[in-house]
Design a protein around this ligand. Sequence first.
Ligand SMILES: *[C@@H]1O[C@H](CO)[C@@H](O)[C@H](O)[C@H]1NC(C)=O
Ligand SMILES: *[C@@H]1O[C@H](CO)[C@@H](O)[C@H](O)[C@H]1NC(C)=O
Length: 331
Amino acid sequence: MAPSLFNRTMLPSFLSASLLFGAALSSPSERLQSRETNLDPAININFPDPAALLDTDGTWYAFATNGNGKNVQSASAPSISGPWTVLSNDLLPTVGAWSNGANVWAPDVRIIGSTYVLYYTATDAASTNQHCVGTATSDTILGPYTPQSDTIACNITAGGAIDPSGFTDTDGTHYVVYKVDGNSVGHGGSCGNTVAPIVPTPLMLQQLAADGITPVGSPIELLDRGDADGPLIEAPRLILVNGVYVLFFSSNCYSTTLYDISYATASSVKGPYTKSSAPLAVTGNPFNLTAPGGSTATADGKNMVFHANCEAGRCMYETTITVSGTTVSIP
Ligand SMILES: *[C@@H]1O[C@H](CO)[C@@H](O)[C@H](O)[C@H]1NC(C)=O
Ligand SMILES: *[C@@H]1O[C@H](CO)[C@@H](O)[C@H](O)[C@H]1NC(C)=O
């Protein structure tokens, strides 16, 4: 059965994961059992690590990693399912002074009161192999956003901090989740972290003050990689649906066909989080796409944007999702 092919308990290590996956792709009977629905890009340009936000006027916006001459790319649509129009704005023409301005990755925008808050990754000015997470604010959704001069997460010795995503709990408490980029200080192999000793790549939860930008207390760890995740987990996104906290993430190296969209669930925002028995999306299942990942589920848990390989690089795709208890599925 296709689902059990991707069952985490059957994937004791990165090596056997890749062998098993190769076997799955080469076995005609297994291929028949997997769904390979064709899905067209929602945004057919290089638009990696997309985030999506419903603005107060009912317009949807999407944001993406630097590319096409911009630090923060954007697009808008009348509905999450499109049609999407790529916008010419660069939302963050000036990066925080803590950064050398390079590699503005995985932006996310959240509405905090009457302010738009942009969370983003960029290269640290002092440790140029590592990244930190910064914030910027604007009165309008397309900016330009004014960067804060301080980071909200760095952890350089552990590998830096990347992939921020905002979350507001039902009690109004603001958080940001992000990844400690341990594989950037790994010892080699796929994405730098399949050679022992394997370095942790935990997803962290940082509470924020009412302004959505000032850290409150220390970050706590929500989840870390395991053998089935290969070198890393990354690209966290937290939502709350019917009392269940759903933490989406990607496993494995983005430049390989093993990259995926996975999730873990908890009944408390601080965890403990339990990984699902199988990823939500992998290469060829349920979509005829390669290396799906970098997802952002909408706050209502009904839709998801993500990237997958395409001719232009990594295009944005969109799908409906269903969250039922602690199970997420793609209908
Ligand atoms: C830095 O990351 C490590 C995980 O590699 C974590 O244990 C530690 O708590 C983090 N420290 C801070 C200050 O975020
Ligand atoms: C998957 O997409 C490729 C093109 O990207 C196409 O050649 C192939 O026929 C598709 N497979 C299925 C099962 O539709």
